[in-house]
Design a protein around this ligand. Structure first.
Ligand SMILES: NC(=O)c1ccc[n+]([C@@H]2O[C@H](COP(=O)([O-])OP(=O)(O)OC[C@H]3O[C@@H](n4cnc5c(N)ncnc54)[C@H](OP(=O)(O)O)[C@@H]3O)[C@@H](O)[C@H]2O)c1
Length: 231
């Protein structure tokens, strides 16, 4: 059985998913930008977890960084560097970094690992609900999460019979990025979520497992949003 590779797993949703598979005694490889940080996080996760450094915003370096990763069963692309941007006050450098990271970097990871991915393997890409519901400052985030949908479509064809899916979470209330948000903002978000609370990291892990492990799931862009899109 190949390993579980989670790109962007030194914290947040990627880390939570890596922890789940490490607890199942799977071989897990996690990445962050800094080697010492990735190795320290891998040690905290435990089991056979290994940490390696790569920067998705420098796509030419990715293949070498992944050089000693063996066979891969599940590949999860979860890394993000958030860019607050608006077309009326456009920060080109920040936009280029996020676009490179999430569009070119994610694709290059797939390219680099493809020879090590068997027919039963699966790819899971993290997008986000900003794809469908822009917010002030989400210009680049909304754009790249839209690109994730296109990436899934082309990879399903190119990688067949391997499977490729994406998750598009709403704001995950207990994730490190959002758990300390001001109460007023939290209340406004909850008011727009039909389940009456924000989705959780555990629920995102559960949805990730469904897309990775259920062999009928292919080409899906799954919102994990507590019904937000119905509002
Ligand atoms: N949290 C949410 O509520 C939410 C909602 C919707 C969508 N999402 C999506 O879910 C995914 C995970 O989000 P998160 O909030 O859990 O992330 P996070 O806590 O901010 O963690 C981001 C991860 O990406 C890594 N990373 C950052 N820049 C990188 C780069 N240039 N190259 C390689 N790795 C890099 C970080 O590692 P180092 O810092 O160690 O380098 C870290 O492990 C993202 O794709 C995000 O868009 C999250």
């Amino acid at each position: 059985m190949g390993s579980v590779v989670v790109v962007g797993a030194t914290r947040g949703l990627g880390r939570e998913l890596a922890q789940f598979y490490a607890d199942q005694a799977r071989d897990v490889v996690i990445t962050g930008r800094d080697a010492a940080g990735a190795e320290a996080c891998a040690a905290e996760i435990g089991g056979a977890t290994r940490g390696i450094a790569l920067d998705l915003a420098e796509p030419q370096t990715i293949a070498e960084r992944l050089g000693d990763v063996g066979d891969v069963e599940f590949l999860v692309l979860a890394a993000i560097e958030r860019d607050t941007n608006a077309v009326k006050d456009y920060d080109i450098a920040a936009a280029m970094r996020l676009v490179t990271l999430k569009v070119v970097g994610y694709t290059e990871v797939v390219h680099a690992l493809l020879p090590r991915m068997g027919d039963d393997s699966a790819v899971l890409i993290f997008g986000g609900l900003a794809r469908d519901r822009p917010y002030p400052g989400s210009t680049t985030v909304t754009t790249v999460n839209g690109a994730v949908t296109g990436l899934v479509r082309t990879l399903v064809i190119e990688l067949a019979p391997r499977r490729v899916n994406a998750l598009h979470p709403a704001i995950v209330g207990d994730s490190p990025q959002w758990r300390d948000m001001p109460a007023e903002r939290l209340q406004a978000l909850v008011a727009r979520t039909p389940i009456g609370r924000l989705v959780t990291m555990a629920e995102v892990v559960d949805a990730s497992r469904f897309l990775l492990e259920n062999r009928a799931m292919n080409g899906l862009n799954l919102p994990v949003d507590g019904g937000w899109l119905c509002m």
